[in-house]
Design a protein. Structure first.
Length: 435
């Protein structure tokens, strides 16, 4: 076992003593911060803790709200802070007077709920812009916020549009912070803040609180207005008729409580043997749209007579063959013309290249052999192109003449047809042969 020198013992004792002192300092700040809220409940800006609101504030001492406020002060004096908080909140619900928020903050402090105390005092200052004790309250809020920070909690400032929306946090925790804007003091971790307001869709935002966070974190949620849906109820004089909305089949009649967004919808009701019902229906928000459809039976309009039709038919396939041959031969002639032109151009180019040579280069046997070969190749191509050109023209001319001389198409007559409607939507077809 290693012996420790007196200096070592002194350093260890000093280190442990420093840790204890830091913990005691944090506890002391918390107690002092809580104590800053604990004086008797008083009307803000006055020195008399028992003084009721006077006529200058516009409140009546015998109103239901003031009765609850007075009962809350009695509960506070009896150290029943939970009951006092309930009564102060009830007083504010009956009469939104900012001093009831001030008293609610005192009750939260009595319960050692410093987060709730900050929440109510912040609301008090927001609803009382000209509060005479503003500087004192702001200083107290700063002191208590610092105390919560010493406990390892971090401020998350929650805002919402619209203001006044209800707020909640997951994982769930007990808190008086119920509406936005408001501040929660959270331990490091991951949270989901949700905001709800009447007439709006719920909105969520994720918040990550780290141990190293120093400045307050901001969580803002913008809520989207909820679109009130309507519903369509459709009845019909014929059961099991098919209902289509916007071209989509939605079911048979009768149709009950089909939920739809507000707007105009093309509605069609159809059934075999009946005339289709087709109209645009306006669906209103938050209310039923009632539609009563009357389908009409399709009337018997008698037989439908289709008169004889004259149809042109080809009597010989050779007319078509001659037309195709002429077209193909014409294409060959065009190709031959292109080949002939290319060969002719190449012979001219070979002559130009030879004429550009100097006398001593023309005397070179190799140059003359190259020139002769190029000239012969180009001439062969020109000759092939010439043959294709004139052959194609000859065949095309012959095919065109054959097409012209072949007999024309003959006419055929289709017999008359009678379509007779039958009950239930069926039809009978009667064909009368020609003599």
């Amino acid at each position: 076992m290693t012996a420790c020198t007196p200096g070592t013992h002194a350093r260890r004792a000093g280190y442990q003593g420093g840790a204890v002192m830091r913990r005691m300092a944090a506890i002391g700040v918390f107690v002092v911060a809580a104590g800053s809220f604990l004086p008797a409940v008083a009307q803000p800006g006055t020195g008399d803790p028992e003084r009721p609101v006077d006529a200058a504030t516009g409140a009546s001492t015998d109103s239901p709200a003031e009765a609850r406020n007075s009962a809350g002060r009695d509960a506070y004096d009896a150290h029943d802070y939970a009951k006092a908080l309930v009564l102060f909140k009830e007083a504010y619900a009956l009469d939104p007077n900012a001093r009831y928020l001030f008293n609610a903050a005192k009750a939260c402090a009595g319960l050692k709920d410093l987060e709730g105390a900050i929440y109510y005092e912040t609301r008090y200052l927001r609803e009382s812009p000209a509060a005479p004790d503003r500087a004192t309250v702001e200083a107290r809020i700063a002191t208590v916020s610092a105390a919560l920070g010493e406990k390892g909690l971090h401020e998350v400032q929650i805002e919402c549009e619209p203001a006044g929306a209800g707020i909640s946090v997951t994982p769930e925790r007990a808190t008086e912070v119920a509406t936005a804007p408001g501040s929660m003091f959270l331990a490091p971790g991951s949270y989901t803040v949700a905001c709800n307001a009447e007439g709006y869709e719920r909105g969520d935002v994720s918040v990550l609180v780290t141990k190293t966070a120093t400045a307050p974190l901001a969580a803002k949620v913008v809520l989207q207005k909820r679109v009130a849906t309507g519903w369509l109820e459709l009845t019909c004089n014929e059961k099991d008729a098919t209902v289509f909305i916007g071209g989509t089949k939605v079911g048979p009649t009768p149709l009950a409580a089909l939920m739809l967004s507000p707007g105009d919808y093309p509605v069609k009701v159809a059934k075999t043997g009946f005339k289709a019902w087709d109209k645009v229906v306006a669906v209103l928000p938050g209310a039923p749209t009632l539609v009563d459809v009357k389908l009409e039976v399709v009337k018997d309009e008698g037989p439908i007579v289709i008169p004889p039709v004259v149809v042109e038919e080809e009597t010989s396939p050779w007319k078509t063959v001659s037309w195709i041959t002429a077209a193909a031969a014409g294409a060959v002639a065009v190709a031959g013309g292109i080949v002939y032109y290319t060969g002719w151009s190449d012979t001219s180019a070979a002559n130009d290249d030879w004429n550009d040579l100097a006398p001593d280069e023309k005397a070179n046997p190799d140059n003359f052999a190259d020139y002769s070969q190029d000239y012969r190749d180009a001439g062969d191509r020109a000759e092939l192109g010439s043959w294709l050109l004139f052959s194609g023209l000859g065949v095309a001319a012959a095919s065109a003449a054959a097409w012209y001389l072949l007999p024309d198409e003959a006419a055929t007559t289709v017999p008359a047809t009678t379509v007779i409607p039958l009950p239930g939507g069926a039809t009978a077809i009667l064909t009368i042969p020609l003599p």
